[in-house]
Design a protein around this ligand. Sequence first.
Ligand code: FAD
Length: 315
Amino acid sequence: MENTHEVDVIILGAGAAGLSAAQMLGRSLRSVLVLDTASPRNRFAAHMHGILGGDGLDPRDFLARGRAEAEAYGAQFRTAGAAAVAETATGLDVTTTDGTVLAARRLIAATGVRDDLPPLPGLAEGWGRDVLHCPYCHGWEVRGQRLGVLATSPMGLHHAHLIRQWSADVVFLSADAGPIDETVARTLGARDVVIEPRRVVEVTRNDARALTGVRLEDGGHVELDAIFTAADLHPNDGYLAGLDLERDEMPFGSFIHADFAGRTSHPRIFAAGNIANPMANVPISMSAGTMAGSMVNMDLVTEDFALATERIDAA
Ligand SMILES: Cc1cc2nc3c(=O)[nH]c(=O)nc-3n(C[C@H](O)[C@H](O)[C@H](O)COP(=O)(O)OP(=O)(O)OC[C@H]3O[C@@H](n4cnc5c(N)ncnc54)[C@H](O)[C@@H]3O)c2cc1C
């Protein structure tokens, strides 16, 4: 069989997952092309936390270092967005948003998620700074401060319980959590979590644009230092739409199914990081990318032997 592929593997996304896969495949002497639109999910934060050996790094420095490491093993990078993926007889074609078609034997989808925040004035501008989603990423930095938990669904209640671990001064802004029954209110009250059922209409900020609190529907104000809230998550997987991959329905939405090795329901497509696992932080995304990279290499090793045997048989 003639090899008409540009590369062995195209990786979509150069975040923690995609770069980890690129490093593994580069070190496996595979030809790798990484396409990326340069919008990693944590680009709003100045520092990353919960990352052994990399705690406190600027996400931009971390990714630049990861890219340089992958490039040192031969991985190529291109700024481009994937628009569609189609099957071919021996691999996959990736069409980019500018219409370029690139062929590979395997694909690793590592394009992450998009966070859609509630459209409240003053909220989005603090995302990753004083409007936070994950206490394991940012809880230590705001420990002991006046924290609000802004519910966007009934799961906000879980968030309110969790955030209490980092501060004794927590207000649960519960309007979008649904009715809070007496037992739940008693439990929250037992650890001094204040329930504020009035709807939040605005996040207030001072002249330096630092968060000062939230304005309520009746004009009342709650003073706060930081807010935890849950964004609406949307996987960046539109380019796979035509392939009808198996999906997992989760409380966070519908995500492409990938097993522990990153295998999807398509034998030539693997997925790693937030695109398949909305709970993954940076280390978990790195480990998923590392696993997917090594599994794709093994898959190609198997195919290389099969093709070589076929050629001998045909001779
Ligand atoms: C504000 C904030 C702060 C965070 N802080 C922390 C922290 O402190 N510690 C921690 O462990 N985790 C943190 N996280 C979580 C962390 O950002 C994610 O776990 C991690 O980015 C997931 O890695 P990923 O590689 O799956 O996706 P991403 O890092 O989001 O990378 C995906 C890449 O794919 C690209 N892309 C998207 N669509 C396409 C397309 N169609 N074609 C080509 N490329 C595409 C994007 O531009 C992006 O570069 C934070 C998240 C947020 C929102």
